[in-house]
Design a protein around this ligand. Structure first.
Ligand SMILES: C[S@@+](CC[C@H](N)C(=O)[O-])C[C@H]1O[C@@H](n2cnc3c(N)ncnc32)[C@H](O)[C@@H]1O
Length: 217
């Protein structure tokens, strides 16, 4: 296994980082983020209200909640158990029905063609290129033909903290605050390569350098 495959230790350390980070949150943070593209998502999904939508790496579930408030059928997956507990608390408080499941996005366990759409906000930058490829392959199996992908690939810099780099450019943080976190910036070219089997309808760069991808399977 080369470093860009990500050794099991590096992989586990990243997941441990997220578990630690989420475990520090005691109550759900129930504000919606101020994102310029947010309102576009329900509009894009408006013709598939009764179909299942996957919120990939949902964290404590703000996007799942946002969509469920508008009667979409959402399944939110994340590797951090406590993040989903926070999401369940929030959903229960609003009397919303959301299927939150602990799953690893590079090994998703759903039947073939189960979803009609996938939303993925700020998640791919925590995967190596090869893990992102594996994740897209997974999505290709569980998204039905013609299904929609909407994702935001954040522009990531180095930020505070110390890190070393894997040979695919992934940054692995070693300082106390972010120990184990994996951060990687995907270029437009790499995003196109990842979605080479999809029809890309839009790949735009926001003012802050993050990219919005809309693609159809
Ligand atoms: C930056 S947060 C984004 C959360 C949410 N999508 C949002 O927009 O706020 C990244 C999320 O990815 C999750 N994550 C990281 N690696 C994962 C993996 N292999 N499988 C599932 N979730 C993962 C983390 O637990 C964390 O909740």
């Amino acid at each position: 296994m080369s470093e860009s495959d990500c050794t099991p230790t590096i992989y586990k350390d990243n997941i441990d980082f997220w578990d630690r980070a989420w475990n520090m949150v005691k109550t759900p943070y129930t504000q919606m983020p101020d994102l310029s593209y947010l309102e576009r998502i329900p509009t894009l999904l408006s013709d598939i209200k009764s179909a299942k939508i996957l919120d990939l790496g949902c964290g404590s579930g703000w996007l799942s909640i946002y969509l469920a408030r508008q009667d979409f059928q959402v399944v939110g997956v994340d590797v951090a158990t406590h993040a989903l507990e926070l999401g369940r608390m929030w959903a229960e408080h609003e009397n919303l029905s959301i299927d939150f499941q602990v799953q690893d996005i590079s090994n998703l366990q759903f039947p073939e063609g189960y979803f009609k759409a996938v939303v993925a906000n700020s998640i791919f930058e925590h995967l190596t290129f090869k893990l992102a490829q594996k994740t897209i392959l997974n999505l290709e199996a569980i998204v039905s033909p013609g299904g929609l992908f909407f994702g935001c690939f954040d522009k990531v810099g180095t930020g505070p903290g110390e890190f070393y780099k894997l040979d695919d450019g992934s940054q692995i943080y070693t300082d106390k605050g972010r120990r184990g976190m994996l951060l990687r910036c995907f270029s437009d070219q790499e995003i196109k390569e990842l979605f080479k089997n999809w029809q890309i309808e839009e790949l735009t760069c926001l003012e802050n350098g993050s990219r919005i991808l809309i693609a159809r399977k």
